[in-house]
Ligand binder design. Structure first.
Ligand code: COA
Length: 242
């Protein structure tokens, strides 16, 4: 039986985006996450669907990772209805491929929530955190070469693909159709200033955009810069009486 998380001091990092919260796991997530990781369509390109016990283990391992590394896969909640949509965040790749060891970014959403930009929005916030808070130089992403939806997220994030980095996943036996993996890379220098999708976390504070000067708090412009080319223009503006 899985240990209860409710006795652990689960704090941040918590990342906020306009539509999502990326937060640490709680025991209430175990059932909803197990429904996602048991869905054959969601898990099509993963090694296998996960049982309830394996899903519990995944939550526990990520909680340990947050305690040890200050990163892991976050639970992804939607603001409007507090529904657990899936997860996004970081793992450690260390299985002998040429690019290892590395920190990798990943994402998984419940099937009925694909096609709305949630994975890219969540990963943008996670990458802000990786580069601005953790000070990482590079983050990679990898998936089986035929997982086009996941590759599209990598491209939307500006990650680059050099076929020379591709590799055979050691967890698949030779000849398996998903064995060939693609590797995408993103260097901190290519990411630039915070992307404002969610670089404020627990106990958030106001920050001034380094590029245009907007004052931003929790993904909302509380004092817009007023420039027509404002790089934060996709963020909502706070109510006057805030
Ligand atoms: C991989 C996965 C997370 C991608 O999900 P996704 O919904 O396709 O990706 P995004 O959340 O970035 O959404 C992008 C899509 O939303 C659309 N979209 C709609 N509203 C949007 C908005 N407000 N903002 C941005 N995009 C929006 C985009 O146009 C794009 O549509 P398209 O796919 O028709 O081009 C999802 O397919 C999944 O969970 N797969 C199973 C698990 C998996 O394989 N994980 C990766 C393992 S490496």
């Amino acid at each position: 039986m899985s240990p209860s998380l409710d006795c652990l001091p689960m704090e941040g990092p918590t990342l906020q985006t306009p539509r999502l919260v990326l937060r640490r796991w709680s025991d209430e997530d175990r059932g909803p996450l197990a429904a996602i990781t048991a869905d054959p369509e969601v898990m099509k390109y993963r090694f296998a669907r996960l049982s309830r016990a394996e899903t519990d283990q995944m939550i526990d391992q990520n909680e340990e990772s947050f305690e040890t590394n200050r990163f892991g896969l976050w639970a992804m909640d939607r603001n409007e209805d507090h529904r657990l949509l899936g997860f996004a965040g970081f793992g450690t790749s260390d299985f002998g491929a040429a690019f290892c060891p590395a920190v990798d970014v990943g994402w998984t959403l419940a099937r009925d929530t694909w096609g709305r930009g949630y994975a890219t929005e969540a990963a943008s916030a996670a990458l802000d955190y990786a580069f601005d808070e953790l000070g990482l130089d590079e983050v990679v992403a990898h998936t089986t070469s035929v997982n086009e939806r996941s590759r599209a997220v990598m491209r939307r994030l500006g990650m680059t693909h050099d076929p020379a980095d591709d590799f055979d996943a050691p967890w698949y036996v030779g000849g398996h159709p998903y064995r060939r993996f693609v590797l995408y890379r993103l260097r901190a220098s290519a990411w630039g200033p915070p992307h404002h999708t969610g670089h404020l976390w627990s106990g958030g504070m106001e920050i001034e955009c380094a590029e245009c000067g907007c004052l931003v708090d929790k993904g909302v412009r509380i004092k817009p810069c007023g420039r027509p080319d404002c790089c934060c223009r996709h963020l909502p503006v706070a109510d006057e009486d805030r």
